[in-house]
Design a protein around this ligand. Structure first.
Ligand code: HEC
Length: 125
C-alpha cells in the first residue's frame, strides 16, 4: 500500500501543464539536452526501476540497456519493435495511451523533462 501512495504523489509532482502531442514532439526534437548524471535525471524513476547493470526487477522492469536495445513488452512489440527515443517520448508522456494495460502509474507531461529522461536512458549502457 505504501508504494501506491508514493506513486500517486509522484504522479502529481511530475504532471506539468499538458502540451499537445505534436507540440511536445517538436520540443523533443529541438531540445538539446545534456545529461551529466543519469541518476539525477532518473531519480523519479528509481523507486520502481533499477537503472544499474544488475538489472534487478523491482516494481517495474530494469531500465539499463533498454534504449534501442530491447523490445517493449510483448503486447506492444508488433507496433513498437524497439524501445527507441520516439517510443519513449510517447510512452513516458502517457503510458496508458500507448499501452492500455500498462501498470506504470506516472506521466511525464513536460516535453523538456521527457527529453532529459530519454537522454539519460540512452546513457545506460
Ligand atoms: C510507481 C512506479 C513507477 C515509476 C515511478 C516509474 N515507472 Fe516505469 N514502469 C513501471 C511499471 C510497473 C512498468 C511495467 C508496465 C507494464 O508492463 O505494464 C513500467 C514500465 C516502464 C517502461 C517500459 C519498459 C519495458 O521494458 O517495456 C519504461 C521505458 C519505463 N517504465 C520508464 C520509466 C521512467 C523513465 C520513469 C521515470 C520518469 C519511470 N518509468 C517511472 C513503474 C514505474
Amino acid at each position: 500500500m505504501k508504494r501506491v501512495v508514493a506513486a500517486v504523489l509522484l504522479g502529481a509532482a511530475l504532471t506539468f501543464a499538458a502540451t499537445g502531442q505534436s507540440a511536445s514532439a517538436k520540443v523533443y526534437k529541438k531540445a538539446k539536452v545534456e545529461v551529466v548524471n543519469p541518476q539525477k535525471a532518473l531519480s523519479a524513476c528509481m523507486m520502481c526501476h533499477d537503472i544499474t547493470k544488475a538489472r534487478t526487477q523491482k516494481f517495474g522492469p530494469p531500465l539499463y540497456g533498454i534504449f534501442n536495445g530491447k523490445q517493449p513488452k510483448a503486447s506492444l512489440a508488433g507496433k513498437y519493435p524497439r524501445i527507441t527515443a520516439a517510443f519513449l517520448n510517447k510512452f513516458l508522456a502517457n503510458p496508458k495511451a500507448v499501452d492500455p494495460s500498462s501498470r506504470m502509474p506516472i506521466r511525464v507531461t513536460d516535453a523538456k523533462k521527457r527529453a532529459q529522461i530519454i537522454a539519460a536512458l540512452s546513457k545506460l549502457k
